[in-house]
Ligand binder design. Structure first.
Ligand code: HXC
Length: 510
C-alpha cells in the first residue's frame, strides 16, 4: 500500500471511531436531549485542547456473538485536555456504543487515564452515561469496575475527582462516582440506583418511579449523594469548570488566586442590621456570607440537602476558601445527622486540598429526638469535631449569634484547633439557652423566680464577653468589619505550619 493510502486509511479509521455507535444511535442520543460523549468533552474542555487516547481499543469478548461486533474505542472516550489552561484528565462513557457498558478493554482505558492523572497531579473528570456492567463479559466487566474503584480510592485526597451523571448509572457502577469528591446530576436525565425500580418492586413490593428512586432531585435533596443539581448538560459542564476554578490541581498545590478588584478593606455597612435583636427570630446566614466574600459570589455546594447547614466555596482577597455555616433560617440552624455528614465531608475535602475554612456559626444545638438518636446522631455528629480537629488548614470561626452546648464545641471552637475565633457582640455562648437552663436549675421554682433567673442567665451568658475574658474568643468585632477581619485572620494564618502525628490513618467515626 502506498504511504498516502495508509494515511487515508488512518483517516477513515479515525472517522469511524469518532462515529461511535453510528449516526442512528447518535440521533437517538440527541433526540433524548443528550449530547454524545465526544460533544460533552468538547464543551467541557478548553477549545481544541482534547487529546484522545486509546481511540482504537476494542473489546476481546467472544460470548453471545460479540466476536462479530467491534466498535473502535469500545464505548469510552478518554484522554486529557485543559480547563482554563490547567491540565485535567477526562473519560466519558459513550452510550451509543453497547449502551456505554463497561468491558474489560474499556475499563483498562479508564484506569490508564486515572493512573496518568494521579501520576501527573491533575484532576480527573468522569462523564457517566452507561448501562453498567456489559452483561456479555460477565466477571471481566465486574473486575473492570473493581480496578476503577481501586484507582478512585488511591487517588482520593491526592487529586480532585469529579463525576457527572448524564444518563443511567446503575448497580455497583454507582460506587465510582460515590468514591469521588463531587457528583453533578442533570434534572430528568440522570439516574443513580443500586437496584432499579423493578428489583425494588420484587424485593420490597414498593412501587417507585425511576425519578423518585434515583433522579437528580432525589439525590440532591434527600439522599445527599449528589452535590449539584443542574437544569441541563450545558449548565452541568460549565458547573464543573467553575468548581475546578476554586480547587488546586492536587494536594501538594494551592488553588490559583484570582485577580481581585474587591477591596480587602471593604466594610459592609448592611451587615449591622442582619442579626435580629430577638434571638428567636430567624435570618438568612447567606445575607452575611454573600456580602462578605469577593464580589458577593458564593458557589454553594449541596444547596438542597440538609439546608440547616451551608457549605461552599468563595474567595477572600482573591484566594479560595471553604465556607461552612449554620443556617438559622432553616430548622433554626440545628445540627442533625444530615447536616453533620454534609459539614464533615466538606471540611475533609477542603483540608485534603489546602483550602482554608471559614465557619459562620449560629447554632442552637443538636436536634433532639428518637429518630436522631436511633439513627446515630452521636457517631454522625462526632464526624464534625473529628474533621475540624484533624484539619491542618487555616480555620477561622465567626460566631454571629448562638453557640450552644456540644454544637458550640464541634463547630470549630478554640480547643478543637481553630486558629482565630471571632464573635459579634450579639453572640451567646453557653451550655444552652436561658429557658432550657432555668427549667433544669429551677425546675420547682415559681414563675417569678424562673423569670428572674432567666434574666440573670441571659446577662451572664447571652453575650460574648465571658468567653472573651477566658480567651476562647480572640476578638469581638462589629458586623461591618467582617470582611476585613476574616481577610486579616486568613492572611495571618497563610503560612500555617501544622502537622498531625504520623499514622497510617485515623479511625474517623463513619
Ligand atoms: C450489555 C447493554 C446493557 C448491559 C444496555 N445494553 N445495558 N448491553 N450489557 N448491561 C445495550 C442494550 O442492549 C442496547 O443495545 C443498548 O445498550 C442501549 O440500551 P437500551 O435498553 O436500548 O436503551 P434505553 O432504553 O435507553 O435503556 C437504558 C438502560 C437499560 C436503562 C440502561 O438498557 C438497562 O436497564 N440496562 C441494564 C442495566 C443494568 O441492569 N445493568 C447492570 C447493572 S449491575 P442495542 O444493540 O439494542 O442498541 C452492574 C454491576 C456493576 O453494573 C458492579 C460493579 C461492582
Amino acid at each position: 500500500m502506498e504511504t498516502q493510502d495508509q494515511y487515508r486509511e488512518f483517516e477513515q479509521r479515525n472517522r469511524n471511531a469518532e462515529l461511535g455507535g453510528g449516526i442512528d444511535r447518535i440521533e437517538k442520543q440527541h433526540s433524548g436531549g443528550k449530547f454524545t460523549a465526544r460533544e460533552r468533552i468538547e464543551k467541557l474542555l478548553d477549545k481544541g485542547s482534547f487529546v484522545e487516547l486509546d481511540k482504537f481499543v476494542q473489546h476481546r469478548c467472544t460470548n453471545f456473538g460479540m466476536e462479530k461486533s467491534h466498535i473502535p474505542g469500545d464505548g469510552v472516550v478518554s484522554g486529557y485536555g485543559k480547563i482554563d489552561g490547567r491540565q485535567v484528565f477526562v473519560y466519558a462513557y459513550d452510550f451509543t456504543v453497547y449502551g456505554g457498558t463497561l468491558s474489560a478493554a474499556n475499563s483498562q482505558k479508564i484506569v490508564k487515564v486515572q493512573a496518568l492523572a494521579l501520576k501527573n497531579g491533575a484532576p480527573v473528570i468522569a462523564l457517566n452515561d452507561s448501562g453498567g456492567a456489559r452483561i456479555q463479559e460477565g466477571v471481566e466487566s465486574l473486575t473492570g469496575y473493581a480496578s476503577i474503584f481501586y484507582q478512585n480510592t488511591i487517588a482520593s485526597g491526592v487529586i480532585p475527582q469529579i463525576s457527572a451523571i448524564l444518563g443511567p448509572c446503575a448497580g455497583g457502577a454507582c460506587y465510582s462516582p460515590a468514591l469521588t469528591d463531587f457528583i453533578f446530576m442533570v434534572k430528568d436525565k440522570s439516574h443513580m440506583f443500586v437496584t432499579g425500580p423493578d428489583v425494588v418492586k420484587t424485593v420490597t413490593h414498593e412501587e417507585v418511579s425511576k425519578e423518585d428512586l434515583g433522579g437528580a432531585y432525589t439525590h440532591s435533596s434527600k439522599s445527599g449523594v449528589t452535590h449539584f443539581l443542574c437544569n441541563d448538560e450545558e449548565e452541568l459542564l460549565m458547573g464543573i469548570r467553575e468548581l475546578l476554578s476554586f480547587l488546586p490541581s492536587n494536594n501538594m498545590d494551592e488553588a490559583k488566586p484570582m485577580p481581585c478588584n474587591d477591596s480587602p478593606q471593604r466594610e459592609v455597612e448592611e451587615l449591622q442590621n442582619v442579626v435580629p435583636a430577638d434571638p428567636n427570630v430567624p435570618y438568612d446566614m447567606k445575607d452575611i456570607i454573600e456580602p462578605v466574600v469577593d464580589d458577593h459570589y458564593f458557589f454553594e455546594v449541596m444547596p438542597h440537602f440538609a439546608k440547616n447547614a451551608i457549605v461552599g466555596f468563595a474567595r477572600l482577597a482573591g484566594k479560595s476558601v471553604g465556607i461552612v455555616a449554620n443556617q438559622p433560617a432553616f430548622l433554626a440552624g440545628v445540627l442533625d445527622i444530615d447536616a453533620s455528614d454534609k459539614i464533615a465531608r466538606f471540611i475533609r475535602f477542603c483540608d485534603c486540598f489546602n483550602i482554608p475554612i471559614v465557619t459562620f456559626e449560629d447554632v442552637p444545638g443538636f436536634l433532639p429526638g428518637t429518630n436522631q438518636e436511633h439513627n446515630g446522631i452521636i457517631r454522625h455528629g462526632a464526624k464534625i469535631v473529628y474533621a475540624y480537629a484533624e484539619a491542618t488548614v487555616p480555620k477561622i470561626t465567626l460566631i454571629t449569634r448562638k453557640a450552644y452546648g456540644g454544637a458550640y464545641i464541634v463547630m470549630n471552637s478554640k480547643q478543637t484547633g481553630a486558629d482565630i475565633n471571632l464573635a459579634y457582640p450579639t453572640a451567646e455562648i453557653a451550655v444552652m439557652g436561658a429557658e432550657g437552663a432555668v427549667n433544669i436549675l429551677y425546675r420547682k421554682a415559681d414563675e417569678e423566680t424562673k423569670k428572674k433567673a432567666a434574666a440573670d442567665y441571659r446577662e451572664q451568658f447571652a453575650n460574648p464577653y465571658r468567653v472573651a475574658e477566658l480567651g476562647y474568643i480572640d476578638e469581638i468585632i462589629l458586623p461591618r468589619q467582617t470582611r476585613v477581619k476574616l481577610i486579616q485572620a486568613l492572611d495571618m494564618a497563610s503560612n500555617k505550619m501544622q502537622t498531625n502525628p504520623p499514622k497510617k490513618h485515623g479511625n474517623m467515626p463513619l
